[in-house]
Design a protein around this ligand. Sequence first.
Ligand SMILES: [Zn+2]
Ligand SMILES: [Zn+2]
Length: 437
Amino acid sequence: MKKLLLAAMAAMSVTPPAAAAALSDAIRADMPQLMTLYRDLHANPELSMQEVRTPAKLAAEMRKLGFEVTEHVGKTGVVAVMKNGPGPVLLIRADMDALPVAEQTGLPFASKVIGKLPDGKETPVMHACGHDTHITTWLATGRRLAAMKDQWSGTVVMVLQPGEELVMGAKAMLDDGLFTRFPKPDYLLAFHDSAQLPAGLIGVPTGYALANVDTVNIHVKGRGGHGASPQTTKDPIVLASRIVVALQTLVSRENDPLEPAVVTVGSFHAGAKSNIIPDKAELALTVRSYSPETRKILLDGIRRIARGEAIAAGLSEDLMPVVEIEQPSADATFNTSPFSDHLRQLFAGHFGAERVTQPRPIMAAEDFSRFWLADKTKQSTIFWVVGVRKAKWDAAKGDMTKLPSLHSPFWAPEAETVISTATEAMTVAALDILKKS
Ligand SMILES: [Zn+2]
Ligand SMILES: [Zn+2]
């Protein structure tokens, strides 16, 4: 299988100019309808694992195209399969959830939706990560592949995934039989919109694309008392402060300098009044890495430092800090070679080399990683399609601090460019992977 794959990938295929122009024309003709869908999705975002309207709407569209559609896979996910003769199985995934963010883009179709968090609290909801561009591209790619059935052979498994923002949805779909109830994929493909560089550029990383992300809570205990009598207490604020400082040595002293790692203490809460020594302090950390080895050094180190500092502070065994790693945590997303290198060349051949880059990995996370981790013999790639309006990029002169990032209430991608570029890239990739022999 691997030899065959390498041979197939070595034979670089570039879409013939007439076929490429026909594909661009077909996508352009579909754009008015797609933008209507995009605006509707943007105005009606749904929180993670609460997606109802979105999957129902998209499932109906995919059924009309001739896909065999199964709903409610992993609670709210959709799987749409098209079998079209012998050949490999290609999984194309789009995530569909939105975020608890109050939109401030000023767009005429901005979201006014109020949703409910799992704890029952009300929150404004917004597609602040651009998953509405992913969903629209997913349908647009389905349309192209259905219309071009005579030009490919194999099976397409289109996956509309819930709950990416909570890194829960991919696992929910796998646990619900994604790889056993449906054709098992040989290739895994996804894209994410990007808030770096001008719109229309495509980035295809090779190797690690996104990081391991662990949220770690440290419950520091102490013995409270009067602020005037510290000798009768065990001050958890001083202990937690020492833990925060000691944690800085994990990356600077224990980690291989050539292995990326982040340990950030983002939250430190303790005490209520100036003259009371409290009996606890709470720390919350984000811990990021790529390799499993680095991840282990960091997580083991956090446990050891918390305990070691507590011992040094003279705390008894029953008052040792409790270190808790929140679940689910996110595993690093890996783009395999030769697949990702091949796609980069394929896109450069199709769109022109000036529109395609090989970006560095980023320290954010995705649960697309889980599909490949479930079977590492497969080939997998996630790529970026940039959505920053050219005028805004030029005005910012490349200064990222002047531009909204993903998850910002101001993130308003140039959706038409993202959707048309991503649809074209997805379709070109699918036609290449599933080319008739
Ligand atoms: Zn996202
Ligand atoms: Zn996101």
